[in-house]
Ligand binder design. Structure first.
Ligand code: 9MR
Length: 679
């Protein structure tokens, strides 16, 4: 937004001209389809609410072929070795998280979920643990290990393999000999789960094992009895991980029965380490279909990306060959995730969840409804800042906190403020740090956007100064760490000069895919502009500015946001419009790539993305404007990834009766939460 333009704006919104039916939209008016066939494993799995993950080795992340497939195909990762005991606590009480953090931070920045693997396992266990003979010592060491490792990633790991491979192979159905069983007795498993629940109550706690896929195996029965016993006594357990390291024949005939029977105990099941000798397409499809047919089978992880990455590399058991090409099993897996019955083994019974998976939902719905919070953030004037309104928020979640940057407006003009808090209930009491006191400096700075630019390990704050400007900071939580403003452009691009009319150049927004970064901006005159530069050149090189979308002035006004929808190949564009009632609202479009044309999603006054008409206000209708803000993202990096479900949007609103000088309007921040999420 631009403060210089504002006087008279609301008067100018006497806009019966704005009957939405008369708007000229430059893109096809097709509605989003109910079901879309996704083109990646993660996106296809997400359509039935599942994840599709892979084991990741920190040492391979520098390999471009590997990381490209990782980011394209998978929405969950499991560190292959980096969270194991020998990696995280090689000597007693001395914890090392370098490689684990590397995988964790990379994944979470991209909106990929993380499975934790593994806390208590007899293998890859340092000698100092396996030589303990005293039960109290071992119990203390085990509890401390679980607590310390879980605490590091608290609230941010979706499932933990708390205990791995505690049962013996063969016909006994009993636990195997290990230092844990031998010194602590079989009760060590219960002890580990109880400790894990206290350490991170948000994580799903799994028991994980191999050779428990065949319902008739004694080992499967042993694990089943343990889980049944845990559930009956209230020992905290949420999931069973079936590793699924299969021979060329694929899963046993009873695999789906095993999944269903565990699920019937009241736990989720997950396929946690899938690989199949020679990767026969039918064997993969049968494995995936068994999961799709069980409602509580919540996700599938393959144990590596390319055959060359596999622990059983000579058997070529994975979905990508050594060159990173998709193998036939890739296609059969993708098809099976989409619910096709083509490869279903006869005699395998489908339950109701199978029927559900056939009509998978689109990544985003085409209608939205929301609940609004009350006012969560209001200005805090101090001796040198007389603030009338707090506006244009940008927000990321990082290190367990929300970090919010916003414009502050008053009689002396516009600048920026920063605050952080752990919980929305604390947003109102957070300290406001005024950024005019930092190297960002005084004067006109407004409409911030924040993200972490992972290739440079730097936070960027993008904002408008009349030009498109940015500052960088290695530490988002340090308001004094921001650099002085620099500009993306030497001056306003010609195409903007030619189209801006009486408008203003406002609301710069950066988003990157794996190849390019794009800089969007608006002109308050019906144009959305887009410039582009290769990822390696960012923040320089934004040239070739084009009109990305256009409409009448108030129908495509300002405050655009562009996001990647997690687990899909969809991008979402939001643009703020001024309605026929003079109130602000958001329209939405989607596209399959950032440079593609935008297709309307919920893009009209009668079917808006967010307008007072599709928002309920349980705490009182404190605003009729749903104005400039941003989505709560799934990650925090330059890909601007948002979840497909349960959307939340931080916005500016104001007292409907407030009037007068635009710069003095009492804007406050509130939070929308989607109420019609289908997943
Ligand atoms: O894939 C892992 C391999 O790199 C390690 O050398 C090996 C060491 O035990 O562990 C492999 O992963 C195992 C997993 O952690 C637990 N289930 C069996 C997996 C294959 O051995």
């Amino acid at each position: 937004m631009n403060p210089l333009k504002r006087l008279g704006r609301r008067r100018a919104s006497v806009l019966s001209l704005l009957a939405v039916g008369a708007l000229v939209t430059p893109v096809a008016a097709t509605a989003a389809p109910d079901a879309v066939r996704a083109s990646t494993l993660g996106a296809q799995a997400a359509q039935s609410g599942r994840y599709f993950g892979t084991a990741v080795a920190a040492g391979r992340l520098g390999d471009g072929t590997y990381s490209t497939i990782l980011d394209r195909e998978f929405n969950s990762v499991t560190p292959e070795n980096e969270m194991k005991w020998d990696a995280t606590e090689p000597s007693r009480g001395s914890f090392t998280f370098g490689a684990a953090d590397q995988i964790f931070n990379r994944a979470t920045a991209r909106g990929q979920r993380v499975r934790g693997h593994t806390l208590v396992w007899h293998s890859q266990l340092p000698g100092w643990v396996s030589s303990i003979r005293d039960a109290n010592t071992l119990r203390g060491v085990m509890n401390n290990h679980i607590t310390t490792v879980m605490n590091r990633y608290k609230g941010r790991i979706h499932s933990w393999d708390v205990v791995n491979e505690a049962f013996a192979d063969g016909g006994s159905g009993q636990m195997r000999s290990s230092v844990f069983r031998d010194v602590l007795g079989t009760g060590f498993v219960e002890q580990a789960f109880r400790t894990a629940r206290s350490a991170d109550p948000a994580a799903k706690l799994c028991y994980n094992d191999y050779n428990i896929e065949d319902w008739n195996a004694a080992k499967t029965q042993g694990v089943y009895r343990m889980v049944r016993d845990f559930k009956s006594r209230g020992v905290p357990i949420d999931c069973v991980g079936l590793q699924a390291h299969f021979g060329a024949g694929g899963p046993p005939a009873s695999f789906q029965t095993t999944l269903s029977n565990f699920a019937a105990l009241g736990v989720d099941v997950q396929i946690t380490e899938l690989d199949i000798a020679q990767a026969p397409p039918t064997a993969y499809a049968n494995t995936v279909r068994a999961c799709m047919n069980v409602a509580r089978c919540t996700g599938i992880t393959v144990w590596g990306i390319r055959d060359s990455d596999s622990w059983r590399s000579s058997e070529n058991p994975l979905l990508f060959d050594r060159g990173g090409n998709k193998k036939p099993a890739y296609q059969s897996t993708l098809t099976a995730l989409g619910g096709s019955a083509a490869t279903q083994r006869s005699g395998v019974r489908s339950d109701r969840s199978a029927a559900r998976s056939h009509k998978s939902a689109a990544a985003l719905p085409s209608r939205f409804s929301w609940n609004s919070s009350g006012k969560l953030i209001s200005p805090k004037s101090d001796a040198t800042h007389n603030i009338a309104g707090i506006k244009d928020p940008t927000v990321v979640q990082y290190n367990g906190k929300y970090h919010v940057f916003a414009s502050v407006a008053g009689s002396s003009g516009y600048n920026l403020v920063y605050l952080n808090f752990t919980d929305w209930s604390q947003a109102g009491s957070a300290t406001h740090h005024y950024l005019d006191r930092t190297a960002i400096g005084a004067g006109y700075r407004a409409a911030p956007q924040v993200f972490y630019y992972a290739p440079q390990r730097l936070w960027y704050l993008v904002y408008q100064t009349g030009n498109a400007s940015y500052s960088t900071n290695p530490d988002i939580s340090n308001p004094n760490g921001w650099s002085a403003p620099r500009h993306f452009y030497s001056s306003m691009p010609d195409i903007i000069k030619q189209n801006i009319g009486n408008g203003y150049w406002v609301d710069m927004w950066v988003i990157c895919d794996s190849a390019n970064c794009y800089l969007f901006s608006s002109d308050d005159n019906g144009h959305l502009y887009r410039s582009q530069t290769p990822v390696g050149q960012f923040p320089n090189g934004f040239t070739n500015t084009v009109i990305a979308a256009q409409d009448s002035k108030f129908a495509l006004f300002e405050a655009s946001n562009v996001y990647k929808v997690q687990g899909s190949n969809q991008y979402l564009l939001l643009v703020e419009a001024v309605g026929s009632d003079g109130r602000r609202y958001f329209r939405s479009w989607t596209a399959s790539s950032l440079a593609a044309s935008w297709t309307p999603l919920a893009a009209s006054e009668s079917n808006p993305f967010a307008k007072s008409g599709n928002v309920t206000f349980p705490a009182g209708a404190w605003t009729r404007d749903i104005s400039h803000g941003e989505m709560i993202r799934a990650g925090y990096d330059q890909t601007l990834t948002i979840p497909p479900c349960k959307l939340q949007y931080l916005f500016q609103g104001k007292d409907p009766n407030a009037d007068g000088d635009y710069n003095l309007l009492p804007w406050r921040l509130g939070l929308l939460t989607q109420t019609n999420s289908s997943c």
